[in-house]
Design a protein around this ligand. Structure first.
Ligand SMILES: *Cc1c(COP(=O)(O)O)cnc(C)c1O
Length: 391
C-alpha cells in the first residue's frame, strides 16, 4: 500500500477490514438522541425517556469501592452464585457478560468463521444479532415471522445452513412470546446448530422461561440481562446460560476481566432477596400500567393495531405514526419509531414508564389528535366550499 493511498482516505479507512467501511453501527436510543441534539433539535431538559425499554426512576445504589487496585475475578463467585440461585441453573452453566449484547457477540465470534458461516434471525427482531454478524463478516439468513410466530417449516428447512439461530421471546420490538410448542419443535429437530433464546424480558412472563430445558437440549443457549426488569441498563451486566461445554468455549473468547468489581457488587445487591423483591414489585407495577395503556390504545380510533405484549413495552400501528412521534418528541417525550423494520410500517414502540409518564403520553397524544381532527375538518370544509364555488 502506498503512502499516498493512506493520505487520501485516512489511515483508519485504508487499513480497516473492508466489511467495516460502510457498516452502520447499531442505532441505539442513546445514539439517536445524541444525533438529534447535534442537529440542534429541541429536546426538553426534563425529557421522558420511553425509547429504550429501560425502567423509570432514579436507579440509585450504594457502591463498595474497596480493593479497586486489584483485578476482579474472571467470573466473581458471589455474582455467579447469586444468579445461579435466582435462575435455578448450576454455576458452571452461567457466564456473566457486559450485557446480553456481549453474549450475542461472543456466540457469533465463538461459533462462526468469517466469510464462511451464517446465523439465522427471524425479523422483525432485535437489531444486534445482524449487526454483530455483519461486524464479523458472518452472513445473516432471514426467516421472517408470520403473524408474530415462527415460520417453522422455513426455520427447519434452512437450519442446517446456520451455525447459530437467534430466537427472541418475548420478542423485541413485537413484545409477544413465541409459542413454547414452536420452540420445542425447533429444539427437537435442530441438533447441529446452536439455538439461542434471547430472554431479555423474561421476568415479565417468568413462567415461560426455557432455562429449565437446558438439561434436555445441549444445543440450547439462553440470554438474560439485568438491563430491563432489574432496572440496571447503565450497569452493563447480562448472563449467558448454556451447557458447561458451551460456557467453557465462550470463556476462551471473552475478555479476561469482563465484569468490573463495582458491577459485580451492584449486580449482587440486585440479586439479593431484597433486590429480587424490588424487581418483582416493579414487574407487577409495569404490567398493570401496560394493561391500562394497551386498553387505552385499543380504544382509540386512530390506532389500527395493538400488538400483544409480554414485556415492558408496547408496539402499536397507526396511520398517524409520524405525527405522534414528532409531536411527542417536541414535548420532550421520546419513544421509538419502528416503521422501517420488516412488516412494521407505521409502528411505534413505547416503553412502559411510571403512571405519571404514561399519563403525560396519553394527554399529549390526545392533544395532538384533537388538533389534527380540527385541521382535517376545516380542510374538508374548504374543499366543500371550493367545490360549491366551482359548481
Ligand atoms: C435490551 C436487549 C438486549 C441487550 O441487553 P443488554 O444486557 O443491555 O446488552 C438483548 N436482547 C434484547 C431482545 C433486548 O431487548
Amino acid at each position: 500500500m502506498s503512502r499516498n493511498q493512506i493520505k487520501e482516505s485516512g489511515i483508519a479507512k485504508t487499513l480497516a477490514r473492508k466489511e467495516l467501511i460502510d457498516m452502520v453501527p447499531y442505532q441505539s436510543a442513546r445514539r439517536l438522541q445524541k444525533a438529534d441534539k447535534a442537529q440542534g433539535d429541541h429536546v426538553e431538559q426534563r425529557s421522558i425517556w420511553l425509547n429504550a425499554n429501560e425502567a423509570s426512576g432514579d436507579g440509585r445504589y450504594e457502591l463498595n469501592a474497596d480493593c479497586i487496585n486489584r483485578y476482579p475475578d474472571f467470573q466473581p463467585d458471589h455474582l455467579i452464585d447469586a444468579y445461579s440461585d435466582y435462575a435455578n441453573v448450576p454455576a458452571e452453566q452461567i457466564l456473566a457478560t457486559r450485557g446480553a449484547d456481549e453474549g450475542i457477540e461472543l456466540l457469533i465470534r465463538t461459533f462462526c468463521t468469517s466469510y464462511q458461516d451464517s446465523i439465522m434471525i427471524c425479523p422483525p427482531t432485535y437489531g444486534m444479532y445482524a449487526i454483530s454478524a455483519e461486524n464479523h463478516a458472518v452472513d445473516v439468513i432471514k426467516v421472517p415471522l408470520i403473524e408474530n410466530k415462527l415460520d417453522i417449516d422455513s426455520v427447519l428447512n434452512q437450519a442446517s445452513r446456520a451455525k447459530v439461530i437467534f430466537l427472541c421471546s418475548p420478542g423485541n420490538p413485537t413484545g409477544n412470546l413465541l409459542p413454547s410448542e414452536q420452540i420445542q419443535t425447533v429444539l427437537d429437530n435442530v441438533k447441529e446448530s446452536i439455538v439461542v433464546l434471547d430472554e431479555a424480558y423474561i421476568e415479565f412472563s417468568a413462567e415461560h422461561s426455557v432455562a429449565t430445558w437446558l438439561d434436555k437440549y445441549p444445543q440450547l443457549v439462553v440470554l438474560r440481562t439485568l438491563s430491563k426488569a432489574f432496572a440496571l441498563a447503565g450497569l452493563r451486566c447480562g448472563f449467558t446460560l448454556a451447557s458447561s461445554d458451551i460456557i467453557e468455549m465462550l470463556s476462551k473468547v471473552i475478555a479476561p476481566y469482563p465484569i468490573s468489581a463495582p458491577v459485580a457488587d451492584i449486580a449482587s445487591q440486585a440479586l439479593s432477596e431484597n433486590g429480587l423483591l424490588v424487581m418483582k414489585n416493579r414487574v407487577t407495577q409495569i404490567t398493570a400500567q401496560r394493561t391500562q395503556f394497551s386498553q387505552w390504545l385499543a380504544s382509540q380510533s386512530w390506532c389500527q393495531e395493538v400488538f400483544p405484549s409480554a414485556a415492558n413495552f408496547i408496539l402499536f400501528r397507526t396511520s398517524k405514526s409520524e405525527l405522534i412521534f414528532n409531536y411527542l418528541k417536541q414535548q420532550g417525550i421520546l419513544i421509538r419509531d419502528q416503521s422501517k423494520q420488516l412488516q412494521l410500517a407505521n409502528c411505534l414502540r413505547i416503553s412502559i414508564g411510571s403512571e405519571e409518564e404514561m399519563n403525560a403520553v396519553k394527554t399529549n397524544i390526545e392533544r395532538v389528535m384533537a388538533t389534527n381532527a380540527e385541521l382535517e375538518k376545516s380542510e374538508q370544509q374548504n374543499n366543500n366550499n371550493n367545490r360549491k364555488q366551482e359548481a
